[in-house]
Design a protein around this ligand. Structure first.
Ligand code: BYC
Length: 477
């Protein structure tokens, strides 16, 4: 009895875990497997470091987290749901107006499980993708940030595993095990979605990933936070609190790389990419190619432009639109249409389709709006340094593997091309093997002196929480 209570203390939660013995046993069984996964696939060689981390301790928006040194394997991964909203209803689809479900509606069980598994699968995948990057961190500040992102992705996995265990019985437990068995990039047992099987080989890729791909996380979690299945909605609402920092890491990370490059270009009066590289920084053209890659693989994560799955998720009330309850319409979408991109007569164009089938595209468009604003902020940094170059988002159809544009060869300006013509331009548009070699050569070894930064990145404007930039964010022991 006592040891059980101790054990529960090890899983911080606000779901009354101690009162549900079956769930408690299921999570007790899963937890060592999770720790095994963390030791194998979590950040390389990091287990004994003391890291200045944020840990969630409450769901109160005021003071929900504490900051302190933690050894990552001792991070208090827990289960947090945002507080319930009294009288909450299903807010869209055919079940609109019913009380929000506190249990899984039988007829939607497999659809809901699939959504939760797909969401859950991305969390450990990203940790696997990033596991070697600590070895070449540009500063202690950045090293701490990647570790923060990693432990929180671990917690987000816990969040989905809680739902699987609590609401899906035996098959939920099997899915939870499988989440620890798939591996990013593994040919035999890969992660579910494309972008989560791509390598994240260097810090520019990491920052692009946290800017672009974590933001898909934001938009998907926001849609799931609208779910009529209340436990999923509440889980996602709290996950979004943590997600904001990941996108901050991405936006400021790319921004600091851009800033360092632009500053040196202005100071040394160079603009030829080879000359810029000779200064030991990443040329803006290479940054653009990374942007093209990460943007396009992330657009694919939103799924097909025309999706009957998305229509079913919506109609049933399981997955809403971004900020569903703030939208002023019938929340049924049976009579409206929406424009999706397509290729017609050899040209990229739009077609109107029933709005219900276009929900992936609509969410993708919401996402693109936010991404564009971030790119504009990076361009301000370049402009401030008097450099005429501007970063830009390629056409929506560029380098797509999923949806209407898949199978076509579309350039960054939206030109539909032959495969051969596209291939001839590929290395102008996407990072080449030589680009990766160049970037990685710059990132050998990590910078461990507090307050020092690698040459290719500008320091941040301020430190973490209330600490100075030269704080010892990681102690290696
Ligand atoms: N790669 O009907 P369709 C995050 C599959 S990121 C491979 O268009 P649907 C995070 C699809 O599964 C957010 N396969 O798809 C970020 C389907 O397969 P089946 C993750 C793909 O279902 C950074 C078939 O193609 N959360 O949190 O409408 C770090 C037909 O597709 C892909 C979610 O995604 C792809 N890119 O939409 C850490 C939310 N796209 O059934 C974390 C949950 C599609 O024919 N998931 N397919 O075998 C969903 O809402 C939907 O599953 C999707 C796909 C939006 C992903």
């Amino acid at each position: 009895m006592t040891s059980n209570i101790d054990y529960i203390d090890k899983i911080p939660n606000n779901v009354d875990l101690g009162r549900d013995r079956v769930l408690q046993r299921a999570l007790e069984h899963w937890q060592p497997a999770y720790m095994g996964w963390w030791y194998d696939m979590g950040p390389n060689e990091s287990h004994n470091y003391d890291v200045y981390l944020r840990t969630a301790i409450s769901v109160d928006p005021e003071g929900w987290a504490i900051f302190d040194y933690v050894k990552m394997p001792q991070y208090r991964w827990g289960i947090f749901l945002a507080p319930p909203t009294a009288g909450r209803e299903v807010n869209f689809g055919v079940n609109k107006g019913q009380p929000a479900w506190q249990d899984v509606p039988g007829e939607y069980r497999s659809m809901l499980r699939r959504l939760i598994v797909t969401q859950g699968d991305t969390e450990p995948a990203s940790v696997e993708q990033q596991r070697m990057l600590g070895m070449c961190a540009p500063s202690l500040y950045d090293l701490r940030n990647i570790y923060q992102v990693n432990v929180e992705e671990g917690r987000h996995l816990w969040a989905m595993v809680y739902l699987l265990h609590r609401y899906f019985g035996r098959d939920g437990r099997e899915e939870a095990e499988a989440l620890l068995e798939r591996r990013s990039g593994d040919v035999d047992n890969p992660r579910i979605l494309g972008a989560f099987n791509e390598p994240t080989p260097d810090w520019l890729a990491f920052y692009m990933f946290t800017f672009f791909t974590d933001r898909d996380g934001k938009f998907q979690l926001s849609s799931l936070a609208e779910s009529g299945f209340d436990p999923l909605a509440r889980t996602c609402r709290f996950m979004l609190t943590e997600e904001a920092h990941h996108m901050f890491v991405g936006e400021t990370g790319v921004g600091r790389i851009v800033q360092r490059t632009a500053e040196l270009m202005a100071e040394q009066k160079v603009d030829d990419p080879d000359h810029v590289r000779a200064l030991g920084v990443i040329d803006l053209q290479t940054i653009q190619r990374y942007l093209n890659f990460h943007y396009s693989v992330t657009l694919d994560l939103f799924g097909g432009d025309i999706s009957s799955n998305a229509a079913s998720f919506y109609t049933t009330g399981l997955k809403g639109r971004y900020e569903e309850t703030k939208i002023d319409d019938d929340h049924a979408l049976t009579d409206s249409t929406y424009k999706v991109g397509t290729v017609k007569d050899g040209r990229a164009s739009d077609e109107e389709i029933p709005a219900l089938n276009a929900l992936n595209e609509r969410l993708r468009d919401d996402y693109i709006g936010e991404v564009q604003a971030g790119v504009d902020r990076w361009n301000k940094i370049i402009e401030k340094n008097g450099i005429p170059f501007r970063l830009r988002l390629p056409h929506k159809g560029f380098h797509r593997q999923i949806g209407n544009f898949a199978g076509h060869h579309i350039g960054p300006d939206g030109d539909v091309m032959t495969a051969a013509a596209w291939k001839a331009k590929r290395d102008e548009w996407m990072p080449s093997a030589a680009d990766y070699t160049f970037v990685q050569a710059m990132m050998t070894g990590r910078v461990v002196e507090p307050g020092k930064f690698a040459n290719w990145i500008a320091p941040p404007r301020r430190g973490i929480h209330t600490q100075p930039i030269d704080f010892e964010y990681v102690r290696f022991n």
